[in-house]
Design a protein around this ligand. Structure first.
Ligand SMILES: Cc1cc2nc3c(=O)[nH]c(=O)nc-3n(C[C@H](O)[C@H](O)[C@H](O)COP(=O)(O)OP(=O)(O)OC[C@H]3O[C@@H](n4cnc5c(N)ncnc54)[C@H](O)[C@@H]3O)c2cc1C
Length: 448
């Protein structure tokens, strides 16, 4: 049994890695000259810039993988004293309470909202099929919680809009708690899960360390092999690739798409037109990532935290920033600070498309006002535009999920962030589970 995997982002790479461990033959095709897809670290002058993910959440799969790849010494943990998140409220940053006790004792929420939170256990559960994240939180906790915590959280994680993202897709665990225990807070307490955030980490040489280390282990990775066409013949997949002016064609029993939905849609146009059409409907808003470096002494604000998020209601230009040099060492020179600012996403897509010089100026002006920066301009600034940033888990994704599932008996599988969830940790967990599922399809395992 031979498996073709298309796309060497973290999903395709980790699927290939787990298949190889299980002894399943595969070929992994990557169009570009580098692996990692969205994971992109760039070294410029003295600066280490993350164009995609800035940090990873510690999960059992990631811990295990880091150990297997012998990357323990390269790991750097986010400094615990800088773990706080800040939220823009009435034009100034307020620290987001990190525990229920802190929440009730702080002045982050009004008394009315605190009372509403305490009453959450009395709000009856409701099984509403296409309920959005905003509707769910407003129903259970009130509008202030939705506006000032959930909205910025979704913007930060998904570049998303809580008015459109579906609760069952984005935060299925919370929906389950409501249905099972009648209350999210009661469920969290009974399951003893609390509100602890998983710890964040990165690597001394940046996020790229992880995909590069996985790629080094793979025996059947084909770089600069762009898959241009997929056809089917007698139940097998015929994969046609372009590489250095040549054209290769190979046959496979199973096909795994590990690439963004719009790129998968093009490849499936003739073979699976229904799924191709559904994939074209998945929304990927544009998102700009702007890095700005200042002399530390020119920044009056404290920067003791992970970063800050801007709720839509505050009408800021950017959706928030990671205070990169506070979180991880080695991102800029010791006398400087580095901000990584996000502009656009689902809530303000037009902002991401602002002309580049203007975009950087506006980010500088906003940072200067929020952090009381005296510098007239940054020491260094760099902007990267993701024209198609992250898949939105809104009602349009449902069709694609259902259709993709129905094609699994035909030997077509998905390992990509529009199926698994967007975080690197979710991509990895999904790829591991899929590798085991594919392994069970080998003829020698079928009768077990
Ligand atoms: C700005 C930004 C910030 C983020 N921040 C975080 C964060 O802090 N933490 C976190 O956990 N996650 C974060 N994410 C999300 C996470 O990085 C992505 O969800 C994840 O990396 C997606 O991986 P993937 O393998 O599914 O897809 P991709 O990374 O998109 O990989 C797809 C691969 O397929 C290849 N490809 C495409 N077409 C073809 C073809 N025809 N033939 C062959 N190859 C092809 C591409 O070149 C690419 O390498 C962020 C994402 C972005 C964009």
């Amino acid at each position: 049994m031979r498996v073709a995997i298309i796309g060497a982002g973290i999903s395709g790479l980790s699927l290939a890695y787990y298949l190889q461990k299980l002894g399943v033959p595969y070929d992994l095709f990557e169009a570009g000259a580098q692996v990692g897809g969205n994971i992109r670290t760039v070294k410029m002058h003295e600066y280490l810039l993350e164009l995609g993910p800035n940090s990873l959440q510690c999960t059992p799969e990631l811990d295990e993988l880091v150990r297997e790849l012998k990357l323990e010494r390269d790991v750097i943990h986010a400094s615990p004293e800088n773990d706080h998140r800040f939220v823009l409220r009435d034009g100034i940053y307020k620290r987001l309470p990190s525990s229920p006790f802190a929440l009730l004792s702080s002045n982050f929420f009004s008394w009315k909202t605190k009372y509403r939170i305490l009453q959450e256990k009395n709000v009856p559960p409701a099984d509403i099929d296409y309920e959005t994240v905003a509707q769910f939180f407003e129903r259970r906790f009130g509008q202030e919680v939705a506006q000032y915590t959930v909205n910025p959280f979704l913007t930060g994680l998904y570049a998303g809009d809580q008015q459109r993202q579906l609760i069952k897709k984005v935060l299925p665990g919370l929906k389950e708690l409501e249905m099972r225990y009648g209350s999210v807070l009661k469920g969290l307490t009974l399951q003893n899960r609390g509100f602890n955030r998983q710890k964040s980490f990165s690597f001394a040489k940046g996020m790229r360390t992880l995909p590069n280390a996985i790629a080094d282990k793979l025996v059947s990775l084909h770089m600069e092999h762009r898959v241009e066409m997929i056809t089917r013949s007698q139940g097998r997949y015929i994969v046609s690739c372009a590489s250095s002016g040549d054209y290769d064609t190979e046959e496979y029993d199973l096909l795994v798409l590990a690439l963004p939905a719009h790129q998968a849609a093009e490849l499936l146009h003739y073979t699976f037109p229904g799924l191709s059409a559904a994939l074209q409907n998945i929304n990927y808003p544009p998102l700009a990532v702007v890095h700005s470096v200042y002399n530390r002494k020119e920044v009056t604000g404290q920067l003791k935290g992970f970063g800050a998020l801007h709720p839509q209601t505050e009408a800021a230009f950017a959706s928030g920033s990671v205070w990169s040099s506070s979180v991880f060492d080695g991102r800029c020179r010791p006398h400087e600070v580095l901000f990584t600012t996000f502009v656009g996403g689902s809530q303000a897509p037009k902002n991401a498309l602002t002309e580049r010089t203007k975009l950087m100026e506006r980010v500088h002006t906003e940072l200067a006002a929020l952090h009381m920066i005296s510098a007239e301009k940054p020491n260094f600034q760099y902007a990267h535009l993701w024209k198609h940033s992250l898949p939105q888990y809104d009602m349009y994704i449902e069709d694609a999920h259902q259709m993709a599932k129905s094609l699994e008996p035909e030997g077509l599988f998905i390992a990509a962030n529009w199926q698994s969830g967007v975080s690197v940790a979710r991509c990895l967990r999904y790829a591991k589970e899929l590798a085991h599922k594919i392994n069970l399809k080998r003829p020698e395992n079928l009768n077990r």
